[in-house]
Write a protein that binds this ligand. Structure first.
Ligand code: C2E
Ligand code: MG
Ligand code: MG
Ligand code: MG
Length: 279
């Protein structure tokens, strides 16, 4: 009704929405060809030990370099991929690339670290992920404990026996599981206790204002104590300042990920960081 009340608004809005829809459709279509056009790339962000800043792992983060539109964020194209069925092939590509990258680093004599790969709920549901993971590890000749899968809190807490079976099958392979974006969903502690997870990642929405917002600081501390009480490691993501680092270190947070140490970087730069060993 607001649009009808304002004819100028109508004329203004309609073309914009059409244009946005058209852009979305075009990108969704282009995404189908992104793999074969070699437009996808993994960048790697170090996760460091809170105390000595040594690199203990990398998180692989997907990047799409669109031929004409430039870099597109995974926040935009992962939901598109989930909508148009491309999440299967793209997820497979990510797993293969991450495993091949570990193999390549090994061959270059670079000290081995685990690589964490993000996995969406839809990918877990629609595809035989345990089989796929085993295949990728075997093809690259990488021991299963070097691979970690990050699942969001919402994915983990989903009330489906099938999902729980998939998690235990993956864990049974020796692949590590981490709960991503922890604190943003609703967690059942009973389920978390049964879930074969080794790590919680505090969502960066609690980290950004850590130094200014006592509430956020309290949440971060609570997640760290609870995680430790359950025998889990706790990682904070989105750490950008020395103050945030100091608060998290004081709270006993095990590991840190964030721009303060390094942005996600291409594989060759990640290799340089690994050769040095710390950030
Ligand atoms: P995530 O898994 O929670 O990844 C962390 C995000 O926080 C990354 O954004 C990373 O670049 C960003 N980040 C890390 N440190 C900082 C910091 O200090 N400050 C700020 N402002 N941001 C920081 P990115 O790379 O844009 O990825 C966004 C999300 O897209 C990821 O969130 C993940 O949910 C999804 N994603 C990325 N790659 C994949 C993938 O291969 N598969 C799937 N299914 N999802 C992916
Ligand atoms: Mg993640
Ligand atoms: Mg996260
Ligand atoms: Mg996040």
């Amino acid at each position: 009704r607001a649009i009808q009340d304002n004819p100028n608004g109508y004329r203004f809005f309609a073309p914009t929405m059409d244009a946005e829809l058209a852009l979305r459709r075009r990108l969704e279509n282009d995404l189908r060809r992104a793999i074969q056009r070699e437009e996808l790339e993994l960048h790697y962000q170090p996760i460091v030990n809170t105390i000595d800043h040594r690199i203990i792992a990398f998180e692989a983060l997907l990047r799409w370099r669109h031929a004409s539109d430039g870099w597109i964020s995974p926040v935009e194209f992962i939901p598109m991929a989930e909508g148009n069925g491309m999440i299967g092939p793209i997820g497979e590509w990510v797993l293969r690339r991450a495993c091949q990258q570990m193999r390549d680093w090994d061959r270059q004599g670079i000290p081995p670290v685990p690589v964490a790969v993000n996995m969406s709920a839809l990918q877990l549901k629609r595809h035989d992920v345990p089989l796929l993971v085993r295949k990728m590890l075997t093809e690259a000749g990488i021991p299963s404990h070097r691979l970690e899968l990050e699942l969001t809190e919402t994915t983990v807490m989903e009330d489906a026996d099938a999902a729980q079976r998939i998690f235990s099958d993956i864990a049974g392979l020796g692949v590590k599981l981490a709960v991503d974006d922890f604190g943003t969903g609703y967690s059942s502690l009973a389920r978390l206790k049964r879930f074969p997870v080794g790590k919680l990642k505090i969502d960066r929405s609690f980290v950004g204002d850590l130094a200014e917002d006592e509430g956020d600081a309290a949440i971060a501390r609570a997640i760290i104590s609870m995680g430790h009480a359950m025998g889990l490691k706790v990682v904070a993501e989105g750490v950008e300042t020395a103050e945030q680092l100091a608060i998290l270190a004081d709270a006993g947070c095990d590991a840190i990920q964030g721009f303060f140490f390094s942005r996600p970087v291409p594989a060759d730069q990640a290799a340089e960081l690994l050769r040095r060993g710390f950030c």
